[in-house]
Design a protein around this ligand. Sequence first.
Ligand code: SF4
Length: 260
Amino acid sequence: MTVLTPATLDADELRGVATTLESAHPSEVIAWTLQRFGRERSVVVTGLQAEGVAVLDMAVAVDPQVRAVTIDTGRLPAATYEYIDMLRDHFGRDIEVVHPDAAMLGEYTTRNGLNGFYSSLQLRLDCCHIRKVEPLERVLRNADAWMTGLRRGQSDRRASTPVVELDDGHGGIAKVNPVATWSEAQVREHLAARGVPLHPLYSRGYTSIGCDPCTRAVQPGEHARAGRWWWEAEGVDKECGIHGRPELPGARNEGAQASE
Ligand code: SF4
């Protein structure tokens, strides 16, 4: 009798694999993901920062046909568009680009202006929702597992990132964070050893790269994510919401996690 593997992990399986994968090399984590969920139901989602590109590189080594997606918010730096083409050339394959819903975006910009996100935290979160969160939700509707570049050392919010978890925000599918346990140096060493090009903005003082109007280079000694939404008040999460709701000042969001 054929026993079908369920598409989603249950709590028992999660507990078992989480212990094993915690000490596994990221390539092994990726291989497990593709074997467990299958190529057709697994996807690497990357914002093209070093961590996500390292995951992409390892995933392509495991399975050259692995699905790879990035989200074009429509406000990315010109260097990011150039970088997408650099990576396509490097890997000799496509990277799927998904876009915001035109109707939602049109309604937002008509009502709030093209740069309405500077006006209030709510309008910034609304913009992030339309340009990032909703496109990701569309991608994940057809997936049972997604692989990210989240790393514990990126911020306090990410310090407890598991290697594998159930993503309740996306229907309970598996969320796999292969480089969660790695240091920034390990990520950079991996990319250098593999000859994978880095996003050009790293050499211009950027330590975290997002949309052009919302990201700037950081000064020496500043936190790596200080250049994101730099105008917002102290205590506002440097998060967009694709990994869970950002925590708002003075309010704790139960179950909220970190972001891109
Ligand atoms: Fe909009 Fe800025 Fe968020 Fe990009 S980072 S989606 S431009 S608010």
